[in-house]
Design a protein around this ligand. Structure first.
Ligand code: CUA
Length: 152
């Protein structure tokens, strides 16, 4: 019957969609594990030692923490360098207005709000170079706000 045909078509679409999403992260060797949010005073970023010196820090054998600051119109550090085969927890905040931290071609994409710390843990399996872009309009230099993420 037609009903059966539609049911099968719908199932095929759903399976196809899941396969696409799965392939999207596995194929790139980048997998999002977790994301959340906390708060920080934007005026005190310089005194918050996590963000006073934006950097990637090794915290375990294959574990790293990346402290990233977005501001008009750049990301620090730039490039962000992480080793292949690592698990990296990103802590991202803004020094001024709302930006985003979006890694082109991956599912890493988070709003960066002054006063809040966007947190996400990502697995990097394979080496690669990615563009970091800002997807939230943040002023005259918005379209030039970009950085680099190097998996080495
Ligand atoms: Cu920062 Cu757009």
């Amino acid at each position: 019957t037609y009903e059966k045909v539609w049911l099968i078509a719908a199932l095929v679409l759903i399976v196809g969609f899941i396969a696409t999403v799965t392939y999207g992260s596995v194929g790139l060797g980048i997998a999002m594990i977790d994301d959340s949010e906390e708060t920080v005073e934007p005026g005190e970023l310089g005194e918050d030692e996590r963000f006073a010196d934006p950097r990637v820090e090794q915290v375990g054998e294959n574990e790293y923490e990346a402290y990233v600051v977005a501001q008009t119109f750049m990301f620090s550090p730039d490039p962000i360098e992480v080793p292949a085969g690592s698990e990296v927890t990103f802590y991202v905040t803004s020094r001024d207005v709302i930006h985003s931290f979006s890694v082109a071609g991956t599912n890493i994409n988070t709003m960066v709000i002054p006063g809040e710390v966007a947190t996400m843990t990502v697995e990097f399996d394979e080496p690669g170079e990615y563009g970091v872009v800002c997807n939230e309009y943040c002023g005259s230099g918005h379209h030039n706000m970009e950085g680099q993420l190097h998996v080495v």
